[in-house]
Design a protein. Structure first.
Length: 333
């Protein structure tokens, strides 16, 4: 059977399905429909709004029987997420809601990688993954095995698991350090957007205003900062995520080192060293850039070279305080 990978969702949150060949992909997934429902029963001032993902169908290795360890089993995932949608209803901005396209993809990836014996374990891991997304406070996961291989004629068997964010205080498996920069448009707003879309930011530096280095003349100054992020994405998936966030911020790549609305660079990923055409970690030029090292020294000084303060020129890097205290003059055209 030919396996395909279906990527569901887009940066604006409108559902679509992109199909690309993936011969080694151990799962097929499609989202039959998405539903938003706001019941309107706000109890004690706390929102009881919900986002649903229904009918996410995949193939996965899950089961205890010998042939279930070798043959992909058809499963269906239905997810009910409790999310406060009040702000999203006012702003019409995806950052104020849960990105159900990205959640669908993340759940599909979790199921594809399954080697679990029990539906209970896989459903729990799905819940854990969903709760890593911003704004999701409670998740109800129903995981159904379609046509289970048992002697009786049974259409399906299922487990249902309800988890809250408090239940799933499990640390992410990897820690990454990301540099953020902007010198076009509302620079402060673009940095905030980048932080919001990164999710799971555990530490962030103050903002530094810096003169441009390289690239065309007459560029405006940059705002730069560094953030530490917990993630369960592998480094290449995280790189693709950073590029997606840049695209959402309308970054245009025309001139090397040219002005940009948002620049996201992966500086470090755990203690990994990666050399490939697609990605180099640690970032190959971080040790030569004072506009990276100044904010990096605030959140992860152990990654800074010992002699950088004496070796690199001091000029052109100006501290501007925390991101929340930026003043209105951060807008450039």
């Amino acid at each position: 059977m030919e396996h395909r990978e279906f990527v569901v969702g887009n940066p604006l949150g409108h559902g679509h399905t992109v199909v690309k060949p993936a011969p080694r992909c151990p799962a097929e997934v499609e989202a039959s429909r998405w539903q938003h429902r706001v019941p309107g029963d706000r109890q004690g001032g706390v929102a009881r709004d919900h986002i649903y993902i229904n009918g996410l169908r995949l193939l996965a290795l899950v089961g205890v029987l010998p042939h279930e360890r070798e043959v992909l089993q058809p499963v269906q995932v239905d997810i009910d997420m409790e999310v406060d949608l009040l702000e999203a209803g006012l702003t019409d901005n995806l950052v104020d809601s849960a990105d159900y396209g990205a959640i669908s993809v993340a759940v599909a990836e979790t199921v594809r990688m399954s080697t679990d014996l029990l539906l209970e374990r896989l459903a729990s891991r799905i819940a854990e993954r969903v709760l890593q997304f911003d704004h999701v406070e409670v998740v109800d996961v129903r995981l159904t095995k379609l046509r289970p291989p048992i002697p009786e004629d049974v259409d399906s068997s299922a487990v249902r698991i309800l988890r809250t964010r408090v239940d799933m205080r499990v640390p992410a498996r990897h820690r990454a350090i990301v540099a953020l920069g902007s010198n076009l448009g509302d620079r402060g707003a673009y940095l905030r957007f980048g932080l919001e879309r990164l999710s799971n930011v555990v530490a962030q530096s103050q903002v530094f205003e810096t003169d441009p280095v390289g690239g065309p003349e007459n560029q405006g100054p940059y705002l730069n900062m560094v953030a530490i992020v917990d993630t369960d994405l592998d480094p290449f998936a995280l790189l693709r995520r950073l590029l997606q966030i840049e695209a959402e911020a309308q970054r245009v790549r025309k001139v090397r080192w040219g002005p940009r609305t948002l620049d996201l660079d992966l500086l470090f990923y755990d203690d990994c060293t990666i050399q490939s055409e697609e990605l180099t970690v640690p970032h190959p030029r971080f040790a030569e850039r004072r506009f990276v090292l100044e904010p990096l020294a605030e959140v992860a000084p152990e990654h800074c070279p010992d002699d950088w303060r004496n070796r690199l020129p001091v000029v052109g890097v100006y501290p501007r305080g925390g991101i929340d205290g930026l003043v209105a003059h951060t807008v450039l055209h």
